[in-house]
Structures are given as C-alpha cells and as structure tokens.
Design a protein around this ligand. Structure first.
Ligand SMILES: [Zn+2]
Length: 323
C-alpha cells in the first residue's frame, strides 16, 4: 500500500505473559521429544553441518533433508563496492532444499523468505540498526501476531515449509532465507533477504508475511516493487507479473483478497526486501493476523495449508507463463 501505514511494522503487541510463554513451552516440548541425534542435518557437498532447532509454536519441527547453503551470502549496501555486511552470526542460516521428485518444475530454483524471526523482539537494538536499502530502513521489525499471541514469524515459517514441500515435490529446488524460528536468533536484515535470491541463482523470490492491520479488515494482498532507479528498475515489470499470478493463485484456492485496501496489488518503493532484490520478487501479506476470521485461518494447520496452496498455485502460474 502507498499510505502512511506500514505493513509488518512493530505495532505494540498486547500479549499476556501466559500467551507469550505458550510458544516457548511448545518449543521446549518439541525439543524434549527429539532424540539426541536429531540435531544433525544431512550434509551434502561441502556444506557445513546445520544445527536443527525446531521452530517454536505449532510449526514443522523436522529438517526434512535441508542442507545449509555452502556459503553465507553477503550483501552489498548501497554505494559500497565491497561486501560490508556479512550474514551475521546471530542470524538464522540460509538453507537449500533439494527436489524430492522430478516434475514440472525440475530445473527451477525458488527462493522463499519467511518474514521476521521469533527472536527479533528480544534483539531490539540489533534489529533497530539503520541500513540503506534504497532508503534508510532498520534491519528488521518484530512483525505482528494474532490477538491470541501467535507470532507472525512462526506463522510465516510454517507456511513457507508447506510451500517448500509442494515445490520440492514438483521438482523445484528451494532456498529459504532462514532455517529456524527461535528467540535466540534475529533477522536477517531486509537487505540481506533481498539480495539472497540472486546470490543463490534463484528464478524468483516470494516473501511470506501476515499483516497487522486494523481488526475490521481481512484478506490477502501482494506487494510488488515500484520502479526505483538503480534498484528495482530491472525487476519491477516481471515482479508485477509475478504479483498478479500470486493473486490469481490465492483466489484459485478460495482465499479472499483484502477488504481493507482498495486493491490486492500494492506497489511500493519502501520495502527493503523488494528494493534489494535482483530477481522477480514479491511480498505476500497472506492475511490480517489481527482479524478474528483470518486469525482462525492462521492458527490451524488446515488454514496454513490452504495459504500455502494459494502461494504454490501462484508460483506455478507465473512459471508456466514465463518459462
Ligand atoms: Zn511481516
């Protein structure tokens, strides 16, 4: 949207201590249920071993064959000729998921970006650091939550895992910007997320979020980069096409588009993840977590699977039209 209200901004989240603790309790239970050897991920090539940390909350807890990408990508802040912002040690790590079958998408590589991280709210000084991403922006934000306290970061992490499984089963490789959702990590910064897909030679990237809009409105919208010379002038047109196909895909599975914006297509020049991207990239605000009906969708596995199917359908539609 182009108005003053910023999606995914760190609005005050009203959570009782008990609600705040609920995801941690779930995470502890998940950790306790794991055998001691569960921390070792399958390692391919020269990739470093990844330590598996189950996401907190009702979200997939298995690694499912993912491997750490062979190097930690760096990103290039505006005006710098040398990489000066490495993938920070406190960030979740990027990870690659290889296809689980051959199929229509064999040879395609998709980047997925689950928004925020559960630990952003406990690393406030780090995520409030300023960076240049076509405009001055902070590293990241805390994200929003349902009124019952289900965090956007956990929701996005779960949905991305579901989309990734669908893509892998159709033959696509999937690279994901973060491998965990814990209070111990934060970020990555939005500039790193944006520069991730081109460094990973991905064909496109979809960043997955849940909005924190007024509770009266519901439904998804898709943010596509406007033309920002030197940044998005090369990807604005294909990203817009991707955004339109994402809207088609979401509608195809029966998801409703936004009731609180005038259009499900939002063109913006102030989203760091989009500004720093060099492949077609969109950000999908899949629902409004503050709305009761949308919160019910977000809070059930069936609801999140439906969202994932919509995202998957959009990606496939775009690839069919452009390959
Ligand atoms: Zn967000």
């Amino acid at each position: 949207m182009s108005g003053p209200r910023c999606v995914c901004d760190p609005r005050p989240v009203r959570r009782t201590p008990a609600l705040l603790l609920a995801p941690l309790v779930a995470a502890a239970a998940a950790l306790a249920a794991l055998p001691s050897s569960a921390g070792a991920a399958p390692v391919a090539d020269a990739a470093p071993a990844a330590v598996v940390v189950p996401a907190a909350g009702p979200t997939p807890s298995s690694w499912e064959g993912g491997v750490a990408v062979p190097y930690a990508p760096r990103w290039w802040p505006h005006g710098r000729s040398n990489p000066s912002a490495p993938w920070a040690s406190g960030w979740p790590k990027p990870v690659l998921f290889k296809p689980t079958a051959r199929g229509e998408l064999s040879g395609v590589r998709i980047a997925l970006d689950p928004g925020h991280d559960l630990g952003n709210s406990s690393h406030i000084s780090a995520i409030n650091q300023w960076y240049w991403v076509g405009l001055r922006k902070t590293c990241n934000t805390t994200g929003t939550a349902t009124n019952a306290g289900y965090p956007e970061s956990t929701y996005a992490f779960d949905v991305v895992a579901r989309v990734r499984r669908l893509l892998n089963a159709k033959g696509a490789s999937v690279v994901v910007t973060r491998d965990r959702n814990t209070r111990a990590t934060y970020g990555p910064c939005v500039g790193a997320r944006g520069s991730f897909p081109s460094q990973q030679k991905a064909d496109l990237m979809v960043s997955v979020h849940g909005d924190g809009a007024p509770s009266s409105g519901r439904g998804f919208h898709v943010i596509t980069p406007g033309v920002l010379q030197g940044y998005t002038d090369d990807i604005a047109a294909p990203s817009r096409t991707l955004a339109l196909r994402m809207i088609d895909g979401m509608r195809f599975v029966g998801l409703r588009s936004t009731t609180y914006l005038s259009s499900p297509l939002s063109v913006r020049k102030d989203v760091g993840t989009l500004n720093m991207a060099d492949v077609p990239t969109v950000m999908v605000e899949t629902l409004n977590m503050r709305n009761a009906a949308d919160a019910r969708l977000a809070s059930t596995a069936a609801g999140r699977q439906k969202i994932a199917m919509g995202l998957y359908s959009g990606i496939v539609r775009y690839l069919r039209a452009t390959r």
